[in-house]
Design a protein around this ligand. Structure first.
Ligand code: HEC
Length: 114
Protein backbone atom coordinates (compact mmCIF):
# COMPACT_ATOMS: atom_id res chain seq x y z
CA UNK A 1 0.00 0.00 0.00
CA UNK A 2 1.40 3.40 -0.87
CA UNK A 3 0.05 6.63 0.53
CA UNK A 4 0.31 10.02 -1.14
CA UNK A 5 3.20 12.12 0.12
CA UNK A 6 0.97 14.64 1.94
CA UNK A 7 -0.47 11.81 4.04
CA UNK A 8 2.98 11.15 5.54
CA UNK A 9 3.29 14.83 6.31
CA UNK A 10 -0.07 14.88 8.10
CA UNK A 11 0.88 11.73 10.00
CA UNK A 12 4.19 13.28 11.08
CA UNK A 13 2.44 16.43 12.33
CA UNK A 14 -0.13 14.43 14.29
CA UNK A 15 2.59 12.28 15.88
CA UNK A 16 4.59 15.37 16.83
CA UNK A 17 1.48 16.83 18.46
CA UNK A 18 0.81 13.67 20.46
CA UNK A 19 4.44 13.55 21.58
CA UNK A 20 4.37 17.19 22.67
CA UNK A 21 1.17 16.56 24.62
CA UNK A 22 2.74 13.70 26.58
CA UNK A 23 5.94 15.63 27.25
CA UNK A 24 3.92 18.52 28.68
CA UNK A 25 1.78 16.20 30.81
CA UNK A 26 4.89 14.62 32.18
CA UNK A 27 6.48 17.97 33.02
CA UNK A 28 3.30 19.20 34.70
CA UNK A 29 2.99 16.08 36.85
CA UNK A 30 6.47 16.71 38.26
CA UNK A 31 5.37 19.99 39.81
CA UNK A 32 3.36 20.49 42.97
CA UNK A 33 1.39 23.42 41.60
CA UNK A 34 0.64 24.93 38.21
CA UNK A 35 1.20 28.59 39.06
CA UNK A 36 4.11 30.91 38.38
CA UNK A 37 6.22 31.17 41.54
CA UNK A 38 7.86 34.48 40.56
CA UNK A 39 4.48 36.19 40.08
CA UNK A 40 3.41 34.65 43.40
CA UNK A 41 6.47 36.05 45.13
CA UNK A 42 5.54 39.58 44.03
CA UNK A 43 1.98 39.16 45.36
CA UNK A 44 3.03 37.86 48.75
CA UNK A 45 5.67 40.59 49.10
CA UNK A 46 2.87 43.09 48.52
CA UNK A 47 0.13 41.55 50.68
CA UNK A 48 1.41 39.11 53.26
CA UNK A 49 4.58 40.43 54.91
CA UNK A 50 2.64 42.44 57.47
CA UNK A 51 1.98 39.20 59.37
CA UNK A 52 3.96 36.37 57.76
CA UNK A 53 7.63 35.85 57.05
CA UNK A 54 7.42 34.97 53.36
CA UNK A 55 11.03 34.17 52.43
CA UNK A 56 13.74 31.71 53.43
CA UNK A 57 15.95 34.65 54.44
CA UNK A 58 13.43 36.02 56.94
CA UNK A 59 12.26 32.69 58.37
CA UNK A 60 11.48 32.99 62.07
CA UNK A 61 10.71 36.71 61.95
CA UNK A 62 6.97 36.56 61.20
CA UNK A 63 4.77 38.54 63.59
CA UNK A 64 2.03 36.21 64.75
CA UNK A 65 1.26 34.17 61.64
CA UNK A 66 3.15 31.02 60.61
CA UNK A 67 6.23 31.38 58.35
CA UNK A 68 5.70 30.46 54.72
CA UNK A 69 8.67 28.08 55.01
CA UNK A 70 6.78 26.24 57.77
CA UNK A 71 3.50 26.30 55.82
CA UNK A 72 5.31 24.90 52.75
CA UNK A 73 6.45 21.90 54.80
CA UNK A 74 3.08 20.99 56.19
CA UNK A 75 0.47 21.86 53.55
CA UNK A 76 -0.10 20.33 50.10
CA UNK A 77 -1.08 22.43 47.05
CA UNK A 78 -4.74 21.42 47.24
CA UNK A 79 -5.03 22.53 50.86
CA UNK A 80 -3.39 25.91 50.14
CA UNK A 81 -5.62 26.56 47.13
CA UNK A 82 -8.69 25.95 49.23
CA UNK A 83 -7.41 28.05 52.13
CA UNK A 84 -6.59 31.06 49.94
CA UNK A 85 -10.01 31.05 48.38
CA UNK A 86 -12.06 30.61 51.55
CA UNK A 87 -13.09 32.73 54.53
CA UNK A 88 -10.78 33.21 57.50
CA UNK A 89 -11.19 34.43 61.02
CA UNK A 90 -7.76 35.76 61.98
CA UNK A 91 -6.44 36.48 58.53
CA UNK A 92 -7.94 39.01 56.09
CA UNK A 93 -10.12 37.53 53.34
CA UNK A 94 -8.20 38.31 50.19
CA UNK A 95 -10.04 37.90 46.91
CA UNK A 96 -7.67 36.25 44.46
CA UNK A 97 -8.63 34.91 41.09
CA UNK A 98 -7.65 31.37 40.17
CA UNK A 99 -4.42 32.39 38.44
CA UNK A 100 -3.27 34.61 41.35
CA UNK A 101 -4.03 31.89 43.87
CA UNK A 102 -2.12 29.33 41.77
CA UNK A 103 0.88 31.67 41.59
CA UNK A 104 0.90 32.19 45.36
CA UNK A 105 0.63 28.45 46.01
CA UNK A 106 3.51 27.83 43.58
CA UNK A 107 5.61 30.40 45.42
CA UNK A 108 4.85 29.00 48.87
CA UNK A 109 5.66 25.47 47.72
CA UNK A 110 8.92 26.66 46.15
CA UNK A 111 10.08 27.21 49.75
CA UNK A 112 9.62 23.55 50.56
CA UNK A 113 12.76 21.67 51.53
CA UNK A 114 13.48 18.08 50.64
C1 HEC B 1 -3.28 40.58 59.07
C2 HEC B 1 -2.35 39.50 59.16
C3 HEC B 1 -2.23 38.56 57.98
C4 HEC B 1 -2.00 38.84 56.66
C5 HEC B 1 -1.82 40.21 56.01
C6 HEC B 1 -1.88 37.56 55.98
N1 HEC B 1 -2.06 36.53 56.86
FE1 HEC B 1 -2.00 34.54 56.43
N2 HEC B 1 -2.42 34.11 58.35
C7 HEC B 1 -2.57 35.02 59.38
C8 HEC B 1 -2.82 34.33 60.63
C9 HEC B 1 -3.03 34.99 61.98
C10 HEC B 1 -2.82 32.96 60.31
C11 HEC B 1 -3.03 31.78 61.28
C12 HEC B 1 -4.48 31.59 61.59
C13 HEC B 1 -5.26 31.05 60.46
O1 HEC B 1 -4.90 29.97 59.94
O2 HEC B 1 -6.25 31.69 60.05
C14 HEC B 1 -2.59 32.85 58.89
C15 HEC B 1 -2.53 31.67 58.20
C16 HEC B 1 -2.19 31.53 56.87
C17 HEC B 1 -2.10 30.28 56.15
C18 HEC B 1 -2.39 28.90 56.74
C19 HEC B 1 -1.24 28.40 57.54
C20 HEC B 1 -1.44 27.00 58.02
O3 HEC B 1 -0.63 26.15 57.65
O4 HEC B 1 -2.41 26.77 58.75
C21 HEC B 1 -1.74 30.57 54.87
C22 HEC B 1 -1.52 29.60 53.74
C23 HEC B 1 -1.63 32.01 54.78
N3 HEC B 1 -1.91 32.58 56.00
C24 HEC B 1 -1.29 32.67 53.65
C25 HEC B 1 -1.29 34.06 53.53
C26 HEC B 1 -1.04 34.76 52.29
C27 HEC B 1 -0.74 34.09 50.97
C28 HEC B 1 -1.14 36.08 52.58
C29 HEC B 1 -0.98 37.23 51.62
C30 HEC B 1 -1.75 37.19 50.42
C31 HEC B 1 -1.45 36.22 53.98
N4 HEC B 1 -1.53 34.96 54.53
C32 HEC B 1 -1.64 37.43 54.63
C33 HEC B 1 -2.47 36.39 59.27
C34 HEC B 1 -2.27 37.09 58.09
Amino acid sequence: MSLPRWAYLVLAIVLAGVLLFFVRMHMASGQDARGNAEAGRLSVQAWCTECHSVQLETAGTGKFAPDFTVIAQRRPARWLERFLRSKHTLMPDFVFNRREADDIVAYILSLKRG
